[in-house]
Design a protein around this ligand. Structure first.
Ligand SMILES: C[S@@+](CC[C@H](N)C(=O)[O-])C[C@H]1O[C@@H](n2cnc3c(N)ncnc32)[C@H](O)[C@@H]1O
Length: 269
């Protein structure tokens, strides 16, 4: 198909299905150029998951291997950060199946997991099965408390609590990430507190500018320099204390290898 034919086809498709325009305005190429225009002097730094592994093994459980799950290495990152930095109070925006909450719960005192309520999810037309899968793994874990609302409007002062680690994994649009990040700055417990963002990378190597743009727009310059991508995961972290980092290298030869042992666990429906 030549360029002209492609253009005519694209225009006729956009006229029939205007939402297809999102595929252009929300393309990573567009977000990347927006990011580079807004933060021309930013070169990402990356930390290594293996540097956080003080022992050889990290147990990831539960892990559903279902559509939209975080990576096992994302849960490993959360656990390792909680252990290394002695996190007591953990908050996450985005519960879904409760996998991240349940993975972190054994390593902290309290987990607050925040999500839109079921009624709200149904009212915006989301499928019943998807809504019912919320909290599947976290509902019976004693130190996990579920909190419901829209992170854009919810008054987190109601919780009367501040957190050592906040995991932002709700709506991943630039605007929502900017908003959630700005808002969460008021709920960090102290100047050692950590923020983790999910889906700040498209895959374990490539940045996701849609999310990174929201993060950098939200943070003051002195915090931006402590934001790192995390090797082998989809996350970015803000760690205020000194940590070894390096420039990420795309398509590099593997320098880490992990062993996974799969064990079937029973699930309670
Ligand atoms: C990617 S999932 C979270 C996955 C979970 N952190 C894990 O790793 O197991 C994102 C969740 O955020 C919720 N969400 C999206 N926008 C939200 C908002 N504005 N306020 C609260 N929750 C939101 C969605 O309902 C969804 O369940």
């Amino acid at each position: 198909m030549n360029k002209l034919t492609k253009l005519v086809k694209a225009l006729s498709l956009i006229i029939q299905k205007p939402y297809l325009l999102n595929n252009i305005v929300k393309d990573e190429i567009v977000f990347k150029s927006d990011f580079q225009r807004a933060f021309p002097n930013t070169a990402f730094q990356q930390i290594r998951l293996v540097d956080l592994m003080e022992s050889d093994e990290v147990r990831i459980a539960p892990y559903a291997f279902l559509s939209g799950s975080s990576l096992a290495t994302d849960f490993a990152l959360l656990q390792l950060l909680c252990r290394k930095y002695q996190v007591k109070d953990y908050l996450e925006i985005g519960t879904w199946r409760g996998e991240s909450a349940a993975n972190v719960a054994p390593y902290v005192e309290s987990v607050y997991s925040f999500n839109l309520g079921d009624e709200q999810l149904l009212s915006i037309g989301l499928e019943k099965n998807y809504v019912e899968s919320h909290r599947f793994f976290s509902k019976d874990v004693p130190n996990i408390q579920h909190v419901f609302g829209d992170s854009q409007t919810f008054d987190f002062d109601q919780l009367n609590k501040k957190f050592d680690l906040i995991f932002i994994d709700g709506d991943h649009s630039t605007e929502a990430v900017r908003h959630d990040t700005k808002k969460m700055l008021s709920y960090l417990k102290n100047d050692q507190s950590i923020i983790v963002w999910h889906d700040a990378k498209k895959d374990t190597e490539y940045p996701r500018y849609e999310v990174l743009l929201g993060i950098f727009q939200a943070l003051p310059a002195d915090m931006q320099k402590n934001v790192y991508l995390v090797e082998n995961s989809l996350c970015a972290v803000y760690i205020p204390t000194s940590i070894t980092s390096e420039s990420p290298i795309l398509n590099r030869l593997p320098r880490n290898s992990f062993e996974l042992t799969l064990k079937k666990l029973s699930v309670k429906n």
